[in-house]
Write a protein that binds this ligand. Structure first.
Ligand SMILES: *Cc1c(COP(=O)(O)O)cnc(C)c1O
Length: 443
């Protein structure tokens, strides 16, 4: 008898699509995603990676694992609080609740009392002004970079932005502040040198072509040694007497001073020192959603809000909702992680260490996200074999440890305490996989 080509036994598309579990998946996945998974398992069978009889089971497994989002939850065990590659700030419970509310129809730009259009994001604006009473008005845009683009375009388009050479920083991979500013059609007028800039440097640069003076907080590095910069307060008397707006880009997003971060600037202090406009991010130390905050006097904020570019960089309803709830709600996770009690971290780490028979080592966390460079956050980590890291990242939720000096380090600072046992399970299972493969090699 002729040998039947096993590929002829691969279940047909229509038969697979008719399976009850596949039909049921249509309530959460669209047709083309489902058909894509069907094709995928059929192709695996054609390549001989699956026996024809395994296709159905493989398809059901793939369907069960497939969600409409391919984003995977990550337990951040790096000790880096604002981790840009992990989406920066994890949101507070109140902010998450606000996101759900805002996901439907909401009164983001409607006055329900009289049924007419209202100012967009009034709630977020009110929360910011309550938290930073030094500001007369506030505008929320898409992110910090957008806030900077809007400010320089509206205040200095076709004219000059006066800025210190020591503050022309690169914020993240490929994002350079000077390039961003020049992309708006404003010319940079650089003053001073990399390490020292004096008030007289600004004074001689300001002229009829000056659109604004910009002071940038170089948030991700520090220059030590023979340095000097002009404090906002001194600069503001110069700009005020010349009638030029003074813009302070803080980066971090602290609204008020934080005693843990004595060198980190905050919006309230910057405004009190005479800045006309303060720019900050929503998803750094503020601990909220991606957003760019503009805080300042009524006139300057109105000028920005009326600029045509404001429409192109406006915040969406989800960000506005989460931002308001971050500011008005409970202490957000970023701030909790920043202020985590060292003794408490030690007790949590010790418990996992005992269960896993792993050593505990001193480990410094970081603010991250280009904030508070060099500010160490003393804490602890479990020290595990380096090969564990890849296994932990492959899980769902993924566990992201820090790989350092040949070890896989687990720092619980940014892990909510209720997830400690998930970390424990993940490490246990990863260690078991490691043992099996080590035994396999030995045998
Ligand atoms: C982070 C940062 C920005 C950019 O803000 P995004 O919200 O990331 O767009 C701009 N300026 C400074 C000083 C920053 O630290």
């Amino acid at each position: 008898m002729d040998q039947v080509d096993p590929r002829r036994l691969i279940p047909r598309t229509n038969d697979l699509l008719a399976l009850p579990e596949v039909r049921a998946a249509r309530i959460r996945l669209n047709e083309s995603v489902i058909r894509g998974l069907v094709r995928q398992v059929q192709e695996q069978a054609r390549r001989g990676e699956l026996a024809p009889g395994q296709v159905e089971t493989a398809l059901l497994g793939a369907l069960a694992a497939r969600k409409a989002t391919t984003l995977r939850q990550v337990l951040n065990a790096t000790g880096v609080i604002v981790h840009t590659n992990l989406g920066r700030a994890p949101l507070s419970a109140s902010a998450v609740e606000a996101l759900v509310t805002a996901s439907g129809y909401v009164d983001v730009e409607l006055d329900l009392a009289d049924g007419t259009r209202s100012r967009r994001g009034a709630g977020a604006r009110a929360a910011l002004l309550a938290a930073c009473p030094g500001a007369e008005d506030a505008l929320v845009v898409n992110n910090g970079a957008a806030a900077l683009v809007l400010a320089t375009t509206a205040l200095a388009g076709g004219r000059e932005v006066v800025v210190s050479r020591g503050e022309l920083v690169e914020i993240g991979a490929g994002f350079r502040l000077p390039d961003l500013i020049e992309s708006t059609g404003s010319a940079l007028h650089e003053v001073g040198t990399t390490n020292r800039t004096h008030l007289r440097d600004y004074a001689s640069a300001i002229g009829p072509n000056t659109g604004c003076v910009l002071k940038v907080h170089p948030s991700n590095f520090r220059v030590d040694g023979f340095t000097s910069a002009v404090p906002l307060r001194e600069l503001s008397s110069l700009t005020a007497s010349n009638g030029v707006p003074l813009v302070a880009d803080l980066g971090s997003g602290l609204l008020a001073p934080d005693p843990h971060l004595p060198h980190e600037p905050d919006a309230a202090s910057a405004l009190a020192s005479g800045a006309d406009l303060v720019i900050a991010s929503g998803d750094k130390l503020l601990g909220g959603p991606q957003a760019g905050l503009l805080l300042g006097g009524k006139e300057i904020i109105q000028r920005l809000a009326r600029h045509p570019l404001a429409r192109a960089v406006r915040a969406d309803k989800l960000a506005l909702a989460a931002l308001e709830a971050t500011v008005a709600g409970e202490t957000p996770p970023v701030v909790q992680a920043l202020h985590a009690d060292v003794g408490q971290l030690r007790r949590r780490t010790d418990r996992l260490a005992r269960a896993l028979h792993a050593p505990v080592v001193a480990h410094e966390g970081r603010v991250g996200g280009g904030g508070a460079p060099g500010v160490p956050l003393p804490g602890w980590a479990l020290r595990l074999p380096e090969q564990l890291a890849a296994l932990l990242r492959a899980r769902d939720p993924a566990v992201l440890p820090r790989v350092h000096d040949g070890s896989c380090l687990i720092d619980l600072r940014c892990v909510p305490e209720e997830d400690d046992d998930r970390i424990l399970d993940a490490v246990r299972q990863a260690l078991a996989v490691l043992e099996v493969s080590a035994a396999g090699r030995a045998g």
